[in-house]
Ligand binder design. Sequence first.
Ligand code: NMX
Ligand code: MLT
Length: 388
Amino acid sequence: MTSDKVLFEVTEKHLNTGLRGIPVGTCRTSFVTPSEGVHYCGYPIAELAAFEPEDIVYLLFNKELPNAQQSAEIRQELASRAAIPGDLESVFKSLPKFGHPMDWLSVGIHSLGMMETTNNWKEDALNLIARMPRLMGLLFRIREGREENIPADDTSLSMVERFIHCLDLHNAETEKMKQIISTYLVLHMDHGGGNLSTFTGKAIASSKATVYSAMAGAMNALSGPLHGRANQSCLEFVLKVGTSDPAEVEAFVRAELAASRPIFGFGHAVLRSEDPRATVQFNLGDKICPEDENFKIITTLREVAPRVLSENPKISNPHANVDIASGALLHHAGMTDPTYYTTFFGWARVAGIGAQIVDERAVYRDGKGLPIYRPKYIAEAQTLRHVE
Ligand code: NMX
Ligand code: MLT
């Protein structure tokens, strides 16, 4: 794109708004519309929700859905890249158990980069995606203190199965867990070019830092409660509400707002209606756990919170976002500690951020890559006093 067409007129009122709505680039993997949410390579997310995560990795990197042979090949390719080239277990064993799982995730990704970096953007991005299931499994096992008898990785399994295999749970819920995590990963893999973690990852990579450094930084951005960690806060909130009675839920929501606390799982920087990713998860919950107490609470919240939030004209979008339902589903599948929930978001987003980094570093400008990020900041009056 090289024309002089005016896309957006920047005025002073756009300054210090977190770049809200200001176009800064193009994105080949996905776009988000205020009414229909995210589309991966042109496909509305609801049409992709039942695909396997491996197929969506293929889509994000190749910009088309795989046929049966390509689908088998991407599975083989990821399996061939899955072995972790160093002792990640020892790194994890040395971390404080009270550290937040998102900090563990960031350290884990950084550690993989120290163990091996090829300096080929696509190789590194695919290697990282392939190693995430094992990294996630080890993170859970070691942080929870279940360090003994961790099963060896089994690369004949799918990515989600490899994670569950590492947990070695021996319970009846693993099929449900597989369905919930697979859907979760597909829904969270990408969300346009400008969400904070993706933007952060691409900005770091623009200095030609490695995929691993960029991704660790992206995970740090994702760990904030206004971004990815809203899914943890949302389930904590649901556990605190403790009832699906509409009047009590409404009183709870009002008390949170009165205490200046956000209503997690509602609102969005771009969306202006219910996030289709929330709708997909509500539909899944209706199918697999309609009587689950937490699911009943979020179903009430979905009715009550938008009405209450709409009373504040400053809130641009009072509707449910992606984080409203994922915690209740994961909890139902046996993942009962909400502090881990954002690591699933991170695991998923490694695919979209990885694919976008590859596009920006190795495809744009005829393969030369975009220049280093360097937006302009305007000096404030007091910073100019010495030059006047
Ligand atoms: N609860 C309370 N206040 C809210 C909410 C909410 N759910 N949503 C927006 N607001 C406030 C917001 O804090 C802002 O206040 P102020 O002017 O004092 O800074 C005002 O309403 C206007 O915000 P918006 O323009 O509607 O939204 P913005 O783009 O600034 O923020 C979020 C978007 C997502 C940060 C915001 O809606 C929010 O904090 N939601 C709750 C946290 C959450 O669920 N985050 C997950 C988002 C998705 N993700 O995974 O990243
Ligand atoms: C999301 O998945 O909703 C995000 O990463 C937040 C955003 O798009 O700003």
